[in-house]
Design a protein around this ligand. Sequence first.
Ligand SMILES: Cc1ncc(COP(=O)(O)O)c(C=O)c1O
Length: 382
Amino acid sequence: MRVVPFHRPLFGEEEIAAVTAALRSGWWTSGPRVLEFERRCADRLGGGEALAVASGTDALELMLRAQGIGPGDEVITVALTFVATVEVILRVGARAVLVDVEEASGCIDPDAVAAAIGPRTRAILAVHLGGRPCRMRDLEALARARGLLLLDDAAHAFETVSDLGKVGAVGDGSAFSFYANKNLACGEGGLLRLADPEARARARLMRLHGMDRDAHARGDGRGYRGYDIVMPGMKANMADLVAALGLAQLDRLDAMTERRRAIVARYDQALAGLEQLEPPDRPATGHAWHLYAPRVRAGGADDRDALIDALARRGIGCSVHYRPLHLMTGLAPRLDRPVGSLPRSESIGARSFSLPLHPALADDEVEQVVEALEAALRERRR
Ligand SMILES: Cc1ncc(COP(=O)(O)O)c(C=O)c1O
């Protein structure tokens, strides 16, 4: 039986040549390729500056630290997300206040945010789940009215367009991930956008130990003379070897996005005939289609897991995005949200599953997924 993996990277001779050239150049850490990668990402996101970092998690942490968010502060976000979203809030010493998501989109509910704002709230951290945009217009109005920062975890959302504009060009800050399975991928990597020039300058320094001159700048003839540590920082810079891969993947991004859309159209068509499943909802503006996550209409996690097992028996690799974070044993004591307190997140977390959706999928693999889904659901009905 042929296996259709949940993810497989798409690359060719261009990526191999780009990484080989970086290797041969002798410049392996942050250098000219990182600068070019930042420039090209910023251009795609509407101009200005972007900071390339070592991971999406680092981009998130740097975004909070550069805004001075720390002990005594609260950040409002969701439980239906990857652990990094909440982990960084805890790591900087702030409190993560979790609110529920909207039923249809699985994205943060602006009304729930409004109800959770208190005197210590500093920021809203929205997550564009699976590349589906949050209601940024409503969130921004709320943030402006209440004097809060509007930040987004845009790990799934390179190329997402919200009702306020392109993700990365709206709000006060966006953190992107280029982890191996993301829409734009370079193995491990991330990108940070900050609207405030002072926060951006702080993030630039903090990205590399708070050092006022990075290795590339030290190559300008002055060497190590006069370098200073102007604030405590992180070790979060991107390497040129990684940026080389990112640059080659950027060249393919439009074609990869188009391929994702074609696969989504085929899955939509198949799901129209499968009444046991609820298809993903449609935003009015651009979905980046990082994930395609239908929901099982009836039943709970056991039914969903049985369906994933039935698909696995037919060679199809699926995933779950996400088991809500307030249910995780190591986080629950710090999140103060008992089971049952975020019902929509819990219901979606129990009923949704993500099908393979990556541009390397061939047409016959997509058909294998569809046939496996139809067969597994027939089996479930019996
Ligand atoms: C929603 C979300 N936020 C943050 C991250 C962290 O990104 P990275 O793995 O690049 O650190 C991920 C990565 O999977 C993610 O899915």
